[in-house]
Design a protein around this ligand. Structure first.
Ligand SMILES: [Fe+2]
Length: 212
């Protein structure tokens, strides 16, 4: 190993010491040799190559025995990105199956998916979430600044406050109580009376009293 190689090796040994979280990976060189290499990549990016990943190694100094992996290629996954696109994905340990991905497409589409969930942000502004399981939003407050259409049943555990009008075509099944001065087709629920016609003698009948 030449002097430059020794200096760099000393530096990398320091990085790889117990005080750091150096990432190592078993990789196969393009030559076919299997080696254990320390993983170097862009700053603030946490990744570990899968098994069977091809690596392009750079020799440091004159010693072929000391190499740094400069680039990786997983030949088991078919590339699908075209010019201008970027696809970030994880695989299983063997590296032969894509498990999850974020795909920034040429047309502006952003795709986030795994085997059971697909989130698509379309260039048109349409956001679609397709999932085989339940969806859950946990936040202090969820505000939707436009119309909401729900096709399916709605179960609400908390109270419902409605400021605008409500148009229903279905029936109402209630076990609770309607309180307040609700008005039904012009008749106040708590003050309306039922008028009575004259009796068979023609005497005026009193209207029945206030609803209770
Ligand atoms: Fe009544």
């Amino acid at each position: 190993m030449g002097r430059i190689g020794r200096v760099i090796k000393s530096f990398i040994d320091k990085l790889s010491g117990s005080g750091t979280n150096a990432q190592f990976s078993s990789v196969e060189e393009f030559s076919g040799d299997q080696r254990t290499a320390q993983v170097f990549g862009p700053c603030n990016e946490d990744f570990a190559p899968p098994e069977n990943c091809k690596t392009l190694d750079v020799q440091l100094g004159r010693d072929r025995g000391f190499l740094v992996s400069a680039a990786y290629h997983n030949q088991l996954i078919e590339p699908v990105a075209v010019h201008g696109e970027r696809r970030l994905y994880s695989t299983n340990q063997a590296g032969d199956t894509v498990m999850s991905e974020i795909f920034l497409k040429q047309d502006g589409t952003i795709l986030i998916k795994n085997a059971e969930v697909t989130i698509t942000a379309s260039p048109s502004g349409l956001l679609t979430i397709v999932t085989s399981g339940n969806s859950e939003i946990t936040s202090a407050k969820t505000i939707i600044n436009n119309d909401v259409e729900i096709i399916g049943n709605v179960d609400i555990t908390g109270n419902v406050g409605i400021v605008g009008g409500t148009n229903m075509t279905g029936s109402i099944g209630m076990t609770g109580t309607i309180t307040g001065a609700a008005v039904f087709n012009g008749a106040a629920s708590n003050t309306h009376i039922h008028p009575q016609g004259n009796d068979s003698y023609g005497n005026t009948e009193q209207d029945t009293g206030v609803a209770k």
